[in-house]
Ligand binder design. Structure first.
Ligand code: ADP
Ligand code: MG
Length: 326
């Protein structure tokens, strides 16, 4: 079936019919606006991200199910980076008229699968025809007690710099996808990154991070945001960067700078945070039940950003990460 036969409202009904009822939603899909009940004592955290065909994804390299999952994951990651609990979401689609309905069905299935995993309810959105490619715009609302919300601005000299998981895999995965590979840990990390929602919540509830961000543009770029907003500097140690087996195995083939991907590769969606050294044990304990790797990669200093190579020399920090307008 083509979209033309289904129509805008047919498509919306198809989406609405697959959304489970959950607490906190007085009015969901179907009216002019949704009516949501906030949890007592919490502030609402809101974030939105667009995914554009040809800019953020290539339909030849991804399947609709994982694209649906990822389009929610990247937004969940932003709520995670604030230490929040995601609760509701909006999904807006601009759809090319010749996109098969089956593609949309799979996309929605992936999106709702990920929503269910984190108990997030789809409460509305917008649907229109696109004369260009597919556009997916997702908004996620989450919540947290105001004193637990973690910003980018609280890092202090002497804090340690922590990161979850491993770095550079998503960028490696994209490189491999473009070379024709379709499987393996790095490719999977690029197509279907796990949002670190449980990790962000566990850290915030234990009041561990002084500042936090998710690594979407690359480690140096995102650490740069923490440094700018906190008015501090940092010293990173290359030898401490957490690298996955697929990345290490390919390092000799990655060209002149093997650290380019972990330092500047985007879309890892790991959590990067700072905390005082005496909270290191608490941070490890908070993530241990989740089985998520946690690494200390450096420390916060008064100013500047230095990256120290294995031999103790200064590593030139030329690249900073992805910028849409550069
Ligand atoms: P309006 O014209 O008043 O903006 P719409 O016809 O666009 O209303 O939408 C009707 C209902 O369907 C609204 O509740 C809206 O939030 C929901 N909706 C529209 N598109 C989507 C979508 N892609 N996903 C989820 N809900 C949607
Ligand atoms: Mg509308």
């Amino acid at each position: 079936m083509r979209l033309k036969e289904l129509g805008e409202f047919g498509l919306i009904d198809r989406i609405a019919g697959r959304v489970p009822r959950r607490a906190g939603v007085r009015i969901g899909i179907g009216d002019d606006a949704a009516a949501l009940e906030p949890s007592p004592g919490c502030v609402t955290l809101v974030t939105t991200d667009m995914l554009l065909e040809g800019v953020h994804f290539d339909l030849a390299l991804c399947d609709p199910l994982t694209l649906g999952r990822k389009s929610l994951s990247v937004n969940l990651s932003d709520i995670a980076a604030m230490g929040g609990r995601p609760r509701h979401c909006l999904l807006s689609l601009a759809v090319p008229h010749d996109l098969p309905v089956e593609f949309l069905d799979r996309f929605i299935a992936g999106f709702l699968e990920r929503a269910a995993e984190f108990e997030v309810t789809l409460v509305g959105g917008d649907t229109c025809a696109s004369r260009g490619g597919l556009v997916v715009a997702v908004t996620v609302m989450g919540e947290q007690r105001p004193e637990r919300v973690v910003t980018r601005g609280g890092a202090r000299p002497g804090d340690l710099v922590f990161v979850t998981g491993t770095l550079g895999d998503s960028a490696l995965g994209l490189k491999l996808l473009r070379q024709g590979e379709r499987q393996g840990g790095a490719v999977l990390k690029h197509l279907d990154p796990p949002p670190r929602v449980r990790e962000g919540l566990a850290l915030a509830e234990a009041e561990i991070p002084t500042a936090m961000i998710d690594v979407s543009d690359g480690l140096l770029a995102d650490l740069g945001h923490i440094l700018d907003l906190s008015g501090v500097g940092a010293r990173l140690e290359l030898a401490r960067l957490p690298l996955s087996p697929p990345l290490t195995a390919r390092t000799p083939n990655l060209g002149a700078d093997p650290f380019l991907l972990p330092l500047a590769g985007g879309e890892d969606y790991e959590l990067l945070f700072t905390a005082p050294p005496d909270r290191q044990g608490a941070a490890q304990s908070a993530l241990a039940p989740l089985g998520t790797r946690l690494s200390v990669i450096g420390e916060i200093t008064a100013e500047g950003m230095r990256v120290i190579a294995g031999d103790g020399s200064d590593y030139p920090v030329a690249v900073r990460g992805y910028n849409h307008f550069s």
